[in-house]
Ligand binder design. Sequence first.
Ligand code: ATR
Length: 295
Amino acid sequence: MLMQYKGKVCCLIGDPVEHTLSPLIHNIAFQKLGLDYVYVAFRVEKSMLKMAVAGIRALNIRGVNVTVPHKVEVVKYLDKVDELAEKIGAVNTIVNENGKLIGYNTDGLGAIKALKDSGFHLKGKKILILGAGGAARAVAYYVAKEGPSEMVILNRGVEKALELSYKIGCEMNVACRAEKLDEYNLKKTLEEMDLLINCTSVGMFPNAEETPVPKAFLKKRMTVMDIVYNPMYTRLLKDASDVGCNIICGLDMLVNQAALSFEIWTGLKAPVDEMRRTALEALRRDLSWEKMLSL
Ligand code: ATR
């Protein structure tokens, strides 16, 4: 008797993709649930993006993750984009529904889930976001959706912060202001914040000794989240932990965004614990940063 092949393919498109954890996390999840799916990473140059999206249709690829530098550009090649992803202007997940490509942004949602899982509820809280790049935009919109009482965005390049805070104010109807990321503004703002989210790349391997916030400015009562996940315990998170803050690692956001993509593609609940364990192991295997920080 002939077997009917029902396998499905998911993939990542980005440039570079050599260091991505996504194939590992997703393939483990497919395996765990016994799904006949496979996940591969494709390096796609900027000039090839349009053709790569045509390839998704031609090859009937079920699901796609999109990473740097294509998250913004890819939007114009899709058939439909989720409302908030459209406002953010960036997509990191595509699902192919019978030839129709629909875009989502699970980055921001992944961050919110990590916060909720840790017991932090955003409604009525004062939130400080550091950074105004792609990741900060996704996080800021999803934070705004939860109804905080006030949002502040600090960025090295103040123009970008002002633009983002203006959009959050108008489109999400949340009190939001922006200033330059410097010590004076940090110190003043942190006096009254409930949550700090670092959405800059400061502290990322190999610059793990750097932190965007001097330790002395952190207050015990606040929750501190870092979207940097390598190292897992960034200097900011270690300082915050020393001070007595509740901390949330970037790895949680990474795994959550992957789990949400998985659920969009398969319609099944993702094996989040298995995915997290695999990601953690992979990071640990690259011992260089761990040794450096003597974790
Ligand atoms: P991503 O998609 O990961 O958000 P990005 O769009 O390049 O990447 O954004 C990187 C963010 O980190 C920006 O907010 C950037 O600040 P600028 O807009 O001023 O460039 C911030 N960033 C990167 N290096 C920084 C540094 N050394 N000090 C402060 N902010 C930094």
